[in-house]
Design a protein around this ligand. Structure first.
Ligand code: 5AD
Ligand code: SF4
Length: 464
């Protein structure tokens, strides 16, 4: 999944205390953390907490953290250092500030966070968010709470759903977690350790949440999972279902206009899912299918369980089913042992596939993963140089893709106001933002457009 990063900075001076408590949630990392932050916010709303975007107003600050690459934990500790100062200043004014760490750093570091960050009141891992309100109650009595169990109860059935929490207005698009955790154990990755083993939510729970979101005004749903196409369930008659079946079922929801899913593993792209791309008008022609490397030697060392040729053949089958599909991927450069030749294989694979968009990273050693034990770690300067070449190629493909949309006609989903008055931003089927002259009353509508220009990240359209 893709990430965003930003820093904790206090944007407003301390506001006067009010009767309702306010929570500020800072989300690091992937879309699943965004989804989780919303669920925590909903759970806290039931406890009387109002969400705020102003750190200065908050009585509770939660850092929902990411552990996927290096320095993530260090970033959290330095944010906690700043929050500690804020907490001290508050104490001098006789005002409370509670601090919680959630997400994957919480899971990985646990007790260590309490030792290193004395200001922290609660540490809660991704599987126990439904116990957050209770943990806060205990913390208010002076206890410092760490809860990083892989809980036995189902957190999703304890967390309030979007429709029931009227505290936040939902937009036109929403995330819906259908699967969590991963059993693949790629040798570079911490996810199987921080998010635990693969768990799929039951069909009926997902359908209900999707229906609730649609009746709250959501038009586009993105199904989330660390390994989303490993989703599996059962229908009423006990028949085994896979992600393709789930998509066919969700596509029947009246009022829903678009479906997407992320992130997938090549090994789990089954026939039914490929058929869904062929058959379902609602399923957008966009697929994020990470390959990480184009070298068979490195793919093996990464424990990806497929070859470069198998990936290329799979993409060919998917493109036969859905010729206009846009591909996106993740790449790692500088995995231990990667030679210039291995890297050249990756560049060749990128040339062969042609990506509309991609995410690429220098390999980052994660303690506790098998990759960290490998000899032959690649020099940092070599990684930097390879990443630059790789990103230049991917960037040129992205620009070529965007420019190839010029003159095309298709529907965009109007999402939000644009930069200038009278303009709105919509989303293309292939995920680019599209600027168009439109009225805010059209939010949530599909509008037929022709593309007249293309930038690096967005498109410009006229209405048809
Ligand atoms: N180093 C660099 N990149 C990583 N990713 C996961 N773990 C690491 C790591 N240790 C990347 C992979 C994955 C994406 C979410 O993050 O490309 O697909
Ligand atoms: Fe990590 Fe591999 Fe699982 Fe993706 S499939 S979450 S990269 S272990």
């Amino acid at each position: 999944m893709t990430e965003k990063t930003a820093d904790i900075t206090e944007r407003a001076p301390s506001a006067p205390a009010t009767n309702t408590r306010k929570v500020f949630i800072k989300t690091y990392g992937c879309q699943m953390n965004v989804y989780d932050s919303d669920r925590m916010s909903d759970a806290l709303a039931r406890d009387g907490y109002q969400a705020t975007d102003e750190l200065g107003e908050a009585d509770l600050v939660l850092l929902n953290t990411c552990h996927i690459r290096e320095k993530a934990a260090e970033k959290v500790y330095s944010a906690l250092g700043r929050l500690r100062e804020m907490k001290k200043a508050r104490a001098r004014q006789g005002r409370e500030l509670m601090i919680g760490v959630t997400g994957c750093v919480a899971q990985a570091e646990g007790e260590e966070i309490l030792r290193r960050a004395p200001a922290v009141d609660v540490v809660i891992g991704p599987q126990t968010y439904h116990r957050l309100p209770d943990a806060l109650k205990r913390a208010r009595t002076g206890e410092r709470v760490v809860d990083t169990d892989y809980a036995l109860e189902d957190k999703f059935s304890h967390l309030p759903q979007a429709e029931k929490a009227k505290t936040r207005s939902r937009g036109v698009t929403a995330f819906l977690t259908v699967q969590e955790g991963c059993d693949k154990f790629c040798t570079f990755c911490v996810v199987p350790y921080t998010r635990g083993s693969e768990v799929s939510r039951p069909l009926q729970q997902i359908v209900e949440e999707a229906e609730n979101l649609v009746s709250a005004g959501v038009r586009e749903l993105t199904l989330l999972g660390q390994n989303v196409n490993a989703w599996h369930g059962k229908d009423k008659d006990g028949r085994e279902l896979t992600l393709g079946d789930l998509l066919y079922r969700l596509a029947e929801i009246p009022g829903l206009m678009r479906l997407r899913y992320t992130t997938s593993h090549p090994r789990d792209m089954d026939e039914r899912l490929i058929a869904a791309h062929r058959d379902l008008r609602l399923l957008m022609p966009y697929l994020h299918l990470p390959v990480q490397s184009g070298s068979d030697r490195i793919l093996k060392a990464m424990n990806r369980r497929h070859t470069a040729q198998e990936y290329v053949a799979l993409i060919r089958r998917i493109r036969e089913a859905r010729p206009d599909i846009a591909l996106s991927g993740d790449f790692i450069v500088g995995f231990p042992g990667e030679t210039e030749e291995d890297f050249a294989d990756t560049m060749r694979l990128i040339e062969e596939i042609g990506y509309a968009q991609a995410f690429s990273f220098k390999y980052s050693t994660r303690p506790g993963t098998p990759g960290a034990e490998l000899e032959d770690q690649v020099d940092e300067a070599v990684k930097t140089e390879r990443l630059e070449r790789l990103q230049a190629l991917l960037f040129s493909q992205q620009i070529a893709f965007n420019r190839s949309r010029i003159g095309m006609e298709f529907d965009i989903l109007i999402e939000k106001p644009g930069r200038q008055a009278g303009q709105m931003i919509g989303r293309s089927p292939w995920l680019q933002s599209v600027n168009i002259d439109a009225d805010p009353s059209e939010t949530g509508a599909l509008v037929r457009v022709r593309i007249v220009d293309a930038g690096n990240n967005s498109l410009f359209a006229e209405r048809l």
